[in-house]
Design a protein around this ligand. Structure first.
Ligand SMILES: C[S@@+](CC[C@H](N)C(=O)[O-])C[C@H]1O[C@@H](n2cnc3c(N)ncnc32)[C@H](O)[C@@H]1O
Length: 290
């Protein structure tokens, strides 16, 4: 179906929801997309080939789902709100390559779900995310170990800025470092609140995460790497030395020697360190903690 069909469908969204007596649930982050231009930017960014699978989180009324199904081999979408079943049953009735599961995505065993994409060349994740669970969902995906090509997601603009922040800036934090460990992040499109029904009270942004095949830094112990990152940002105004000694229970002089040995000034703040420096600290600490 054509792009024009999306415009028509979007204009009928309210009618479809009313027909089925659907009530929006704010607590589930239900802000449905009604802007055809933004929809097409999402689909373009997902760059789906005919033999690809797509995992969609939160199909809502199925607007993004339908557009994805026109490009992909199969779409598996997981929706927490069962009351959307009649709406989705009606909006997706013509597609035979869409499978909807009613579940909380955070409770799904993703390696098991990925089995269903066995016959697909690549699998991407696409979602207009429910903002109240953005970070847990991103980590559920990234830490699952399943092979993901791209993740194209609509997030709150504030989160998008944190994802692309540079060391030494106020937006740079544990989320930035952790996501960069797994992926390269690109900003795709700023989206105003008028693109949704009902409009959220924050601005949004579409971002694309290109999942790395290998981490960008050599970290022999990823669990320790993430502990170091969390520790460095645990008290932002404290020095690296203070945060690390507190989290890892090492004597201050020993920690100072360790940091100096790898060329890192102990009085720096965690927010000034880049990924390579976090990796250096992890390796040094793994010898000390042995
Ligand atoms: C921002 S809306 C997006 C709806 C639709 N994709 C669109 O773009 O119009 C987020 C959707 O995620 C669903 N949702 C919320 N929490 C969820 C969870 N934990 N697991 C799966 N779906 C969830 C909501 O019910 C809602 O349909």
């Amino acid at each position: 179906m054509s792009d024009q069909a999306d415009v028509v469908r979007l204009s009928k969204l309210r009618e479809l929801l009313e027909t089925h007596g659907f009530q929006f649930k704010k607590q589930l982050g239900q802000n449905f997309l009604v802007d055809a231009h933004v929809l097409h930017r999402i689909i373009d960014a997902a760059d789906i080939a005919p033999n690809d699978g797509v995992f969609e989180i939160g199909p809502g009324a199925g607007v993004v789902t339908q557009a994805l199904a026109r490009k992909a081999k199969r779409v598996l979408a997981v929706e927490k709100d069962r009351s959307l079943a009649p709406v989705l049953g009606s909006s997706l009735r013509e597609a035979d390559n869409i499978d909807i599961r009613y579940a909380d995505v955070l409770e799904l065993d993703l390696p098991v779900i990925w089995q269903e994409f066995r016959d697909c060349d690549r699998v991407s994740v696409v979602a207009n995310l429910p903002y109240y669970v953005t970070t847990p969902i991103l980590f559920h995906l990234l830490e699952s170990g399943v092979p993901i090509h791209h993740v194209v997601v609509m997030v709150q603009r504030e989160v998008a800025q944190r994802l692309v922040a540079r060391p030494g800036t106020k937006d740079y934090g544990a989320l930035t470092v952790a996501v960069h460990y797994y992926a390269q992040v690109e900003l795709i499109q700023r989206v105003s609140s008028g693109a949704f029904v009902p409009p959220p009270n924050v601005e949004s942004e579409v971002v694309r995460l290109r999942i790395r095949s290998e981490p960008p830094v050599d970290v022999s112990n990823p669990a320790l790497f993430f502990r170091v990152v969390r520790s460095a940002f645990s008290m932002r105004r404290k020095t690296l030395l203070n945060n690390l000694t507190h989290s890892f229970q090492i004597a201050k002089p020993d920690c100072e020697t360790l940091l100096k040995a790898i060329g890192i000034d102990p009085v720096r703040r965690g927010e000034t360190l880049d990924l390579t420096e976090f990796a250096d600290i992890t390796r040094a600490l793994s010898h000390t903690l042995r």
